[in-house]
Unconditional design. Structure first.
Lengths: 256, 942
C-alpha cells in the first residue's frame, strides 16, 4: 500500500556482536531515555508503579539458552530493534504512507502525524520490532537516532545512536552497510555476520555477529572446533614430591 | 501509495545545558552528563572524559532520571507516631528532628558513647562518617563491608597490599587470558564490561568460574560451573599442578615476595612459624651471591628461595619450602578435588596448563626502564599476560578469606601481579598492610575515640578487647571470633544489640542500609528484634534513627527519619581518603554537586551530620567558640584537612605559587574547578612508574609527591601472612593475650598463614544429605540493591525473580513452567515461583537479589509483582550458625574477617501447589509517601 524507494543512497544500520553482549540492558534504557525526550511522542509507561507495568521500548534484550547435543549449555543475549530492512514489509503494508524508508540513508521511520495507529505494520514485521504507544496511539520504532546521527548540536563523535554510544561492552556498531569498505561491513565480513531470519525475504540491514565457539577446554585437546588455539598438553612434572621440587628449585635458580 | 518522505528536523537542540557529575545508581561511580532543559533533568548519558566509564553508561545510569523523580522519595523529616514497623509517621521540621536526635545522643556522649551504634550502609563518604563517629567517641562504627566483600579486601591487603575492584584492575591493554571468579555483575560493572569487550576484540580469552552462566560468564570462552564454596580447593589444585611442573616465576618470587624469607621451624619455640627478623624488625633472607643472612631489602641482595638456615639449634626454612611441601601434597591433586569442585580433573589440568602457557610462553616485554627498591635498574618491564578478577562469589563464604588468599597466591606464583598483562593496582594502592591504621577502640566519655575505628591488626595485641576479654565493639569486630574484621560486622549489630551480647545499646543510627529487608540475614527475625520490647514495655533497642532518600522497608522501623536527597541534588566527594575511583594509570577523585536543587524539605545526610555534630559539640565539628564549623558537606569537602595539606579532594588545592594537586592548602574555589573539569580530577602516573609499583622507586616517589604516602613504602608480597600465625600461636598457648578455650581449635585450624581450604561452616552444622542443594543470589546488571524496584523503567526489565533450577532438579521434581516450590533451609522456608536454567551447576539454585519487596514500600502498588511473586533468600539465612548445644552464639561468618557467609546456604526443594503469593507474606506497611502515578509520559522539553 506504501511504496519503498527504488534504492537508497546508504544502508545505515547496526552490527550487534552476540559474542560480546553481556545482556546488561544498557542499550535498552539509553534508547528509552533519548527517545522519550526526543523524536516524536514520548515512550510512555502504563501502571509504572503498579501490578503490571508496561511501556514502550524501541529496543529490548532477550536471553535464550542453547543446550548443545553434547556439552555445556550456553546463554545468549540477543538485543533486538528495527532492522531497517531493504524490503520492509512494515512500510508496504502501511495504509496511510506514515511508514516510510528514507532515500538518503535507508532508515525506516514513522511519520507520527500520518499514523492512525492501526497496527498493521507491527503485524507485518516478522521481528516484532514495532510497538504501539498506548498513551499516544501512534506506532513507535527505532529511528536509528535520526535526530542524533546528523545532529550538529552534538559533538561529531556523539553522532551515533544512543544505544551504540552507551554500550559498555562495545557490542554495538553503527555505519553504512551499503559500503563494502565501511568499518561495519568489514566487521561483518571478518566475523561472518548474519541476517536475522533471512527466509522472511526482508533483507534486513542490521547484522548479527555470531558467538565464537565456546568451551573448547571441555573438548579433547586434539579436536578443537574452528580456528582457535590448540591447547597445550597437560603440564609435565619436574617433580612429584616436595623434596624433588627443592632439588629442581636449586637447579632452576642456578640458571637465573 | 507512492514513496513520500516528509522533511524532518535532524539537528534538534539537545539541551539547554550539560551538567557533569557522578552517578550513584550503583557503587561504580561513573561520570555522567546530565542534560538540562528548562531547569529540569532531561537526559543522562556517560561522560566521555571520565576515567571510570569513558562515556558508556549502564542501564541503571541511564535510568537515573526515573530514580531522581521516583514517587518513593521522602519529603521531609519524620517522627514515628504509630507502632514501630507500622510506617505511621508525622512530618516535622529539620530543627525539631535534630533537636530530638541531640536529645537522645548528647547524654550518651557524656556518659557512655558506646551506646550509640552508628553504621552506614552503602555509604560513599566513609572517611567523613567515620570521622563523625570518631569525634562522637563511640567505638561502634562501620559501613557495609562486613556483609559485602571484606574477605576480598582483607585477603588482598594482607597478601599483596591491595585487592580487586577499587584497589586494582586487570591490565586490559595487554592481558591475553582473563579469568574471573564469582563476579557479581554490579561491581565495577562498566569497567569490566568495557574490559571484556576490549580483550575479546583483540582475541584474548576469558575463563569464567561461577556456578551460574549468566552475564560475564555467558560471554566467557570457557565456563567453569563450580560447586559453591569450593573455589579455594580448585585454586589450590591449580597451584599443585603449577608447582609440580615448575611453572612458577622464580625470579619474581625471589625478588618481590616473602617466598625466600626464613621461617622458624622449631615446634617448641614460642616463635615457631614466625619470620626471622633483624633488630629493626626487617625480615631476613639468604643472599644467593654471598650465602649470608641479610635483610630482604638491602642493595643488590638476591634472595635465595631454597637455602635453609640453622641458628641456635633452630632450623629456619624459606617460605618457598613450606609452599612446596603443602601444595604438592596429593590431597590437592586434580583427581582428589574434582568431585567436590564439580570440575573434571582433566579440565583442572587443562586450565593449569593454559595459565602456564600464556604466562610463560606468551611473556610480553615493554621497553621501559625502571629502578627497583634495591637500587637495581631494569632495562625492560617483563609481563605475564594472565589477569584475574574476583568478587563476592568467592568471598561471601565462611572459607572466603582463605579462598581469596589462595587466588592471590596463584596470581603471585605466576608472577602476574603489577606486571604488564597482569593485575595492576590503582592508587592509593599498592599500600603495605603495615601502612594502614590499626583498629582503635578506646572510649572516653565526652571525648573523641583514640583513633580511626577500622584497621588491620598485626596480632592479638591489636584486638579490640576490654580488660576482662569481652568485646569492645557491639559487632564483636577485632575479637577472637573474627580477629581481622577490617570492615566491621554490620550484619551482627542488630542481633547483638537485641541479645545484649556483649552489651545493650541505646541508639541505633543507620544510613542507606535496608536492614529490615534485603540487607539482613534472617529478615523476619531482624524485624522482630527491631520491634521487640522488654519487660517494662520499652523497646529493646530504645532509639532508631535512619537516613534514606526513599521509602525503603527500613523507614518503617525507625523512630526518627532524616530524609536524604537524591544523588543529583547533593554534594559528595569520591575521595582518595576513602573508596577512590583511580585507574591503574592515574590517581583520580570526583565530586557530586547539586545539578538540581531539591524541591522538598530534604538534606544531604552528610550536611545534616555537620549540623548534628555541631549541636552535639563534637570537636571536629565546632569552632573554638562553639559555633558550627562546617555549614554543610560542601564546606567540609573544601576546608577539612585530615593532616596539613591533605584534604578530601586532591585536585586544585592551593599551593604557595598557584594551584597544587595532591598536597596544598584548602582552596575556596576547589569545587568550582572540579565542576569546570567535568566533576573529576585525574593525575596520570609517569610511564616509568606504571608497573611494578610496590617496588618501583619512580612510583614510590610519585606517590609521595601526590600525598598518598609521606615517605616511600616499598614492600614485598606476603605469601606467608605472619599476623595469622601470631593468632595461631596464641591459640597454641603462647603469649599474654589468650583466646577463650572454645575458639582455640578453630583459630588453629582456620588462621593458617598459608592458604587453606575447609568446607563452608554450614556444611558442618547441618545434614547435607537433607539439604543437598546450594542456593545463591546474584544482582542483575540492570538493578542495584533495592533501589531498582522504584524505577519505572528498570522494574519493567526485572519485575520479579523466579528461583532458577538446574535441569536435573527440574526434571527429578517434575517441574513445569509456572510451578512453585517450597525451599527449606536449616533455618526457614519460603515458597516461590521456579524456572528452568540449563547453564547452571547441577547442585545449585539461584535467584536475582533484592527484587522481592515488602508491600507498602517504595511507593509501589500492593499488588506489584515484586511483592506478590518476588522473594528474598534472606529468610533462609541466619546470622548465626545452627545451635551446637554449647549455649554459644556462633556467627554465620568467616572466622578470620567476620564476613557474612551468605553463600554457604544449603536448601532442599519440593514442588508445591501454587500459593496466591510468595511466602512468607508479611503484612503491608503504611507508605509515608503514598503511591506512584498510574502512567508516565516523561518529556521535559517542549
Amino acid at each position: 500500500m506504501t511504496q519503498l524507494p527504488d534504492r537508497t543512497e546508504k544502508k545505515l544500520g547496526l552490527v550487534i556482536d552476540l559474542d560480546t553482549c553481556v545482556g546488561c540492558h544498557a542499550c535498552v534504557v539509553s534508547c528509552k531515555g533519548w527517545n522519550t525526550e526526543n523524536y516524536g511522542a514520548p515512550l510512555s509507561d502504563q501502571d509504572p508503579y503498579g501490578s503490571a507495568p508496561t511501556g514502550t521500548f524501541l529496543n529490548r534484550v532477550h536471553s535464550y539458552e542453547v543446550q548443545p547435543e553434547q556439552g555445556t549449555a550456553q546463554l545468549i543475549h540477543f538485543p533486538k530493534s528495527c532492522l531497517h530492512c531493504e524490503d520492509a514489509p512494515c512500510v508496504t503494508v502501511c495504509p496511510t504512507g506514515a511508514s516510510y524508508k528514507r532515500v538518503e540513508d535507508g532508515i525506516v521511520l514513522v511519520n507520527e502525524t500520518d499514523c492512525i495507529g492501526c497496527g498493521l505494520c507491527a503485524w507485518a514485521c516478522p521481528y516484532g520490532a514495532r510497538e504501539l504507544d498506548a498513551a499516544e496511539g501512534v506506532m513507535k520504532k527505532c529511528t536509528l537516532c535520526v535526530d542524533r546521527i546528523y545532529n550538529e548540536n552534538l559533538p561529531e563523535e556523539d553522532r551515533v545512536p544512543a544505544c551504540v554510544r552507551t554500550c559498555p561492552a562495545g557490542a554495538r556498531h553503527f555505519g553504512d552497510l551499503g559500503d563494502p569498505d565501511s568499518d561495519v561491513s568489514q566487521l561483518v565480513e571478518a566475523r561472518g555476520g548474519v541476517d536475522l531470519m533471512p527466509e522472511q525475504g526482508t533483507k534486513p540491514v542490521n547484522k548479527y555477529l555470531p558467538p565464537r565457539p565456546k568451551d573448547q577446554m571441555d573438548r579433547p585437546a586434539a579436536q578443537p572446533e574452528g580456528d582457535i588455539d590448540v591447547l597445550a598438553p597437560f603440564l609435565k612434572p619436574v617433580a612429584e614430591e616436595p623434596k624433588g621440587f627443592i632439588g629442581w628449585l636449586d637447579k632452576a635458580l642456578e640458571k637465573l | 501509495m507512492t514513496h513520500h518522505q516528509p522533511k524532518i528536523e535532524t539537528s534538534p537542540k539537545v539541551s539547554d545545558e550539560v551538567r557533569k557529575t557522578t552517578c550513584y545508581m550503583c557503587a561504580c561511580r561513573c561520570g555522567i552528563n546530565v542534560h538540562m532543559k528548562d531547569g529540569k533533568v532531561a537526559y543522562i548519558e556517560g561522560n566521555r572524559d571520565h576515567p571510570v566509564n569513558r562515556g558508556v553508561l549502564c542501564a541503571k545510569g541511564s535510568a537515573g532520571i526515573m530514580q531522581h523523580n521516583a514517587p518513593s522519595r521522602l519529603r521531609a523529616p519524620m517522627k514515628r507516631v504509630g507502632p514501630r514497623g507500622s510506617g505511621e509517621f508525622e512530618e516535622i521540621s529539620w530543627d525539631e528532628a535534630l533537636k530530638i536526635a541531640t536529645g537522645w545522643l548528647a547524654p550518651l556522649r557524656a556518659e557512655a558513647p558506646e551506646k550509640l551504634a552508628f553504621f552506614t550502609g552503602r555509604d560513599q563518604s566513609q572517611s567523613f562518617t567515620s570521622y563523625w563517629a570518631q569525634n562522637f567517641g563511640t567505638p561502634n562504627y562501620a559501613a557495609h563491608g562486613g556483609f559485602c566483600s571484606v574477605n576480598m579486601a582483607a585477603a588482598g591487603i594482607y597478601t599483596m597490599g591491595g585487592a580487586f575492584w577499587e584497589f586494582g584492575q586487570p591490565d586490559w591493554d595487554h592481558t591475553k587470558l582473563f579469568m574471573i571468579f564469582g563476579v557479581a555483575e554490579d561491581h565495577d560493572s562498566n569497567p569490566i564490561k568495557m574490559g571484556i569487550g576490549k580483550i575479546k576484540a583483540r582475541g584474548a580469552k576469558v575463563i569464567g568460574v561461577n556456578p551460574i552462566r549468566s552475564g560475564y560468564n555467558a560471554v566467557a570462552d570457557d565456563w567453569v560451573g563450580i560447586t559453591p564454596g569450593t573455589d579455594g580447593l580448585f585454586i589450590l589444585s591449580l597451584v599443585h599442578e603449577l608447582l609440580r611442573a615448575g611453572r612458577i616465576d622464580l625470579d619474581y618470587l625471589a625478588r618481590y615476595t616473602n617466598a625466600p624469607v626464613l621461617v622458624n621451624m622449631d615446634p617448641e619455640s614460642p616463635e615457631h612459624g614466625l619470620l626471622m627478623r633483624d633488630e629493626d624488625g626487617k625480615t631476613l633472607v639468604i643472599d644467593r651471591k654471598t650465602g649470608k643472612l641479610t635483610p630482604f631489602d638491602q642493595k643488590g641482595v638476591q634472595p635465595d628461595l631454597s637455602a635453609s638456615y640453622r641458628h641456635g639449634g633452630v632450623t629456619h626454612k624459606p617460605v618457598m619450602h613450606l609452599i612446596a611441601e603443602r601444595y604438592m601434597d596429593s590431597q590437592y591433586a586434580p583427581e582428589a578435588v574434582a568431585g567436590r569442585c564439580g570440575i573434571s580433573a582433566d579440565k583442572i589440568r587443562t586450565i593449569a596448563a593454559e595459565l602456564a602457557r600464556v604466562a610463560f610462553d606468551e611473556e610480553i616485554v615493554l621497553d621501559q626502564e625502571w629502578t627497583d627498591f634495591r637500587g637495581e635498574t631494569h632495562k625492560q618491564m617483563k609481563g605475564r599476560p594472565v589477569a584475574f578478577h574476583a568478587m563476592r562469589g568467592i568471598s561471601a563464604h565462611s572459607n572466603g578469606f582463605q579462598t581469596c588468599r589462595a587466588l592471590h597466591m596463584l596470581q603471585i606464583l605466576l608472577g602476574s601481579v603489577e606486571v604488564p598483562g597482569g593485575f595492576r593496582f590503582k592508587p592509593p594502592y599498592p599500600k603495605p598492610v603495615s601502612a594502614h591504621p590499626k583498629p582503635h577502640s578506646a572510649v572516653t566519655p565526652d571525648k573523641p575515640l583514640d583513633g580511626p575505628h577500622l584497621g588491620f591488626v598485626q596480632g592479638p595485641d591489636d584486638l579490640a578487647l576490654k580488660d576482662d576479654g569481652s568485646p569492645v565493639r557491639i559487632d564483636k569486630a577485632f575479637t577472637w571470633e573474627n580477629p581481622m574484621s577490617a570492615h566491621g560486622l554490620m550484619h551482627m549489630v542488630i542481633s547483638n544489640a537485641h541479645a545484649g551480647d556483649p552489651y545493650k545499646i541505646d541508639t541505633l543510627f543507620m544510613y542507606m542500609a535496608n536492614m529490615s529487608w534485603n540487607s539482613s540475614m534472617n529478615t523476619r527475625g531482624v524485624i522482630d528484634m527491631l520491634t521487640d520490647k522488654d519487660e517494662n514495655g520499652e523497646h529493646v533497642i530504645p532509639h532508631i534513627i535512619y537516613s534514606d532518600a526513599y521509602s525503603s522497608e527500613m523507614v518503617a522501623y525507625a523512630d526518627l527519619i532524616l530524609p536524604d536527597t537524591t544523588y543529583l541534588e547533593r554534594h559528595d566527594c569520591i575521595s582518595l581518603l576513602d573508596r577512590p575511583i583511580c585507574e591503574a594509570d592515574a590517581a583520580a577523585d570526583a565530586i557530586r554537586w547539586p545539578v538540581v536543587e531539591p524541591d522538598r524539605d530534604v538534606r544531604g545526610f552528610q550536611s545534616a551530620l555537620c549540623d548534628l555534630g555541631a549541636r552535639l559539640g563534637l570537636p571536629g565539628f565546632v569552632n573554638a567558640d562553639g559555633s558550627q564549623k562546617y555549614a554543610d558537606y560542601a564546606d567540609y569537602i573544601t576546608n577539612h584537612e585530615r593532616k596539613p595539606g591533605i584534604g578530601p579532594l586532591a585536585g586544585w588545592r592551593k599551593g604557595e605559587t598557584g594551584p597544587s594537586h595532591g598536597r596544598g592548602a584548602p582552596n575556596p574555589e576547589q569545587l568550582d574547578r572540579y565542576i569546570e573539569n567535568g566533576g573529576f580530577f585525574v593525575k596520570h602516573i609517569p610511564d616509568a612508574a606504571s608497573y611494578y609499583k610496590p617496588w618501583n622507586m619512580a612510583y614510590q616517589d610519585w606517590a609521595v609527591e601526590l600525598g598518598i604516602f609521606d615517605s616511600p613504602q616499598p614492600y614485598i608480597f606476603d605469601l606467608y601472612v605472619e599476623p595469622l600465625r601470631r593468632f595461631q600461636l596464641a591459640a597454641e598457648g603462647h603469649g599474654e593475650r589468650q583466646p577463650p578455650d572454645h575458639l582455640r581449635e578453630r583459630i588453629r585450624e582456620t588462621l593458617d598463614p598459608l592458604p587453606i581450604w575447609y568446607p563452608p561452616f554450614e556444611d558442618g552444622g547441618i545434614d547435607t544429605e537433607e539439604f543437598p542443594v546450594h542456593a545463591l543470589t546474584q544482582r542483575p546488571m540492570a538493578m542495584y540493591h533495592s533501589w531498582g524496584s522504584q524505577n519505572a523503567w528498570l522494574r519493567q526489565i526485572h519485575g520479579h525473580n523466579p528461583l532458577y533450577l538446574p535441569t536435573g532438579l527440574w526434571e527429578a521434581n517434575g517441574f513445569a513452567d509456572g510451578d512453585w516450590a517450597r525451599v527449606t533451609s536449616a533455618h526457614g522456608e519460603i515458597t516461590v515461583p521456579v524456572a528452568h536454567m540449563a547453564a547452571l551447576n547441577e547442585n545449585t539454585v539461584w535467584t536475582w537479589n533484592a527484587i522481592g519487596k515488602r508491600k507498602g514500600a517504595w511507593a509501589l502498588d500492593k499488588d506489584a509483582p515484586e511483592a506478590t511473586k518476588g522473594f528474598l533468600l534472606n529468610h533462609l539465612i541466619h546470622e548465626l550458625l545452627p545451635a551446637k548445644g554449647d549455649g554459644l552464639r556462633w556467627a554465620n561468618s568467616d572466622p578470620i574477617t567476620g564476613q557474612a557467609a551468605w553463600f554457604d546456604l544449603r536448601v532442599k526443594i519440593e514442588k508445591v501447589a501454587a500459593p496466591t503469593e510468595s511466602q512468607p507474606g508479611l503484612p503491608p506497611i503504611h507508605s509515608p509517601v503514598g503511591q506512584g502515578p498510574d502512567h508516565l509520559e516523561w518529556k521535559v522539553g517542549k
